[in-house]
Design a protein around this ligand. Structure first.
Ligand SMILES: [Zn+2]
Length: 506
């Protein structure tokens, strides 16, 4: 169980999730989690003070969040029970029962025997359960699509109609932003390309390479649309802050300085656009958007671009303000109010910016549901306003991680290049796990292209290289059994779950 002495809002607090239905059964299918520009609020509006909130959708998202996090949070009590009972002759039987009943997992006899060979290795056992729980989550996510994120047709059509053929989102590695696409903006997970870097300091060259890949698809195959269509690529950078505790709960990479976090993200956006302009002479085909998120309640500051598509720090709309202003209005009145506010903020005389403004309005409307989500399920304010991640993820991919504070994720190809991000992750988990005598579980993920010969082998080599580098870099932790790693691969051209591969360690 959690240490009761933990302050509710301490830097490293982790909210305790009630374990109702722990089973990894699929969530009931529904019409689709993603909203649309014309989404009807019929049938839902009477349950919320704001007509644009999708109450039913919130329930589905919340049930999923509770179910998945409970699976991870129940591991610690199970470990504690087994530590106490490790000398019993029927230990293996007890362990099997506890794991099955409390975690809905089944470890093989072989796994359990290894973990309790000489004496019960609680660190190894804890990490193994985290890893198995992750694999179970991944399996459920890709096979059952509990958040209905595999169907991106509707979102894609909406974006295209508004003049955007693809969208890339760069956010901070902080686990409090991991749910940004699916929950905060209500986008299907398979639509935007997400990348996470500490402080939103994304790699501009890597972003340019990805952009080239997308544009090449348009030229050669007309996917997602023909290169002749006058649509743009949208690059969104997301920074974060905490309104209630701005000095401590903001972005660690920027010393909790909101202005610095926003400025750095904007600089990266401008560099990206400039790079495309300099290299390919078509910077005008890129639109940038800067969004700040208050991690206390998931409300947003959206920096509406001006008439010329330029983003600036001082020009923004706040979704919380708009949420309050539109409360009690009809859906139609509320949409009109949002539109007026966005147009006043950014201007609309140019047709292309009118489309941008429409997209911003849609984001705001979607974010209203998330604001209501936090109000309804968290009393308007997350109990775990600080870090409460359950594991560290490094590498690339991790589409199945769509939940707030589930994982601290760092996109990297080598530990050297992502060292700053990993160091921050280790620091966070020193407070979260080591301080409680729990090891730091790190899941390594390398995605591969199943259509490219040899791609899987190269991904596996990369995963093992990252694993080795982690254990070398954090030797002391590794030697003491406090750093546990698991290597996984996934074919990102399919909806297959991740696959565990034998690591170098253990
Ligand atoms: Zn951050």
């Amino acid at each position: 169980m959690l240490n009761k002495g933990y302050r509710k809002n301490s830097m490293f607090s982790r909210s305790k999730v009630k374990p109702p239905a722990l089973g990894m059964r699929p969530v009931k299918r529904h019409a689709g989690v993603v909203g649309s520009l014309e989404t009807s609020t019929e049938g839902f509006s009477s349950f919320s003070c704001n007509a644009l909130v999708k109450v039913e959708q919130n329930k589905i998202l919340h049930d999923y969040d509770v179910r998945i996090k409970a699976g991870f949070d129940e591991i610690e009590p199970v470990v504690q029970q087994l530590v106490v009972q490790q000398k019993r002759p029927d230990f293996l039987k007890i362990a099997h029962t506890l794991i099955r009943d409390n975690l809905k997992l089944s470890l093989s006899n072989e796994q359990l025997t290894i973990l309790s060979k000489d004496s019960f290795d609680s660190n190894a056992f804890y990490a193994e359960c985290v890893f198995e729980q992750f694999m179970s989550m991944s399996d459920d996510f890709f096979r059952n699509d509990p958040l209905c994120g595999q169907n991106k047709a509707e979102a894609e059509a909406l974006f295209k109609r508004l003049g955007f053929h693809a969208v890339g989102i760069a956010a901070c590695s902080d686990g409090r932003l991991a749910h940004f696409s699916t929950y905060v903006l209500r986008l299907p997970y398979s639509f935007p390309r997400r990348k996470f870097h500490a402080g939103t300091l994304f790699d501009v060259s890597e972003s340019v390479r990805n952009w080239v890949f997308i544009e090449h698809g348009r030229f050669r195959e007309g996917v997602p649309n023909s290169a002749d269509d006058p649509t743009k690529y949208l690059k969104i950078a997301v920074y974060h802050y905490s309104k209630s505790d701005p000095q401590h709960q903001g972005c660690a990479a920027h010393g909790s300085d909101e202005h610095k976090a926003a400025e750095s993200a904007l600089l990266k956006l401008n560099d990206f656009k400039q790079a495309i302009e300099n290299r390919f002479g078509c910077g005008s085909t890129i639109q940038t958007l800067l969004i700040g998120i208050n991690t206390d309640d998931d409300s947003l500051k959206i920096h509406v671009p001006n008439l010329y598509g330029k983003v600036c720090l001082q020009r923004f709309v706040e979704t919380e303000t708009l949420f309050l202003q539109t409360t009690g209005m009809s859906a139609e009145q509320a949409r009109l109010k949002i539109r007026q506010s966005v147009d006043e903020c950014g201007g609309r005389s140019h047709e292309s910016m009118a489309s941008m403004n429409s997209l911003v309005c849609w984001f705001i409307e979607n974010n209203f549901s998330q604001i209501e989500y936090v109000r309804n399920y968290e009393n308007g304010f997350y109990q775990d306003i600080g870090h409460a991640e359950r594991f560290i993820g490094v590498g690339n991919g991790f589409e199945e991680v769509q939940l707030r504070n589930l994982s601290y994720y760092s996109f990297l190809n080598t530990v050297e290049e992502g060292l700053n991000d990993v160091n921050i992750g280790i620091k966070i988990f020193t407070g979260l796990n080591l301080s409680k005598g729990l090891p730091i579980p790190i899941i390594i993920r390398c995605d591969y292209d199943g259509k490219v010969p040899g791609s899987r082998d190269r991904a596996q080599e990369k995963a093992l290289r990252i694993e080795r580098a982690l254990h070398e870099r954090y030797q002391d932790l590794s030697r003491q059994g406090q750093l546990k790693t698991m290597c996984t691969l996934r074919d990102n051209t399919s909806h297959k779950p991740s696959e565990r591969v034998l690591g170098l360690v253990e």
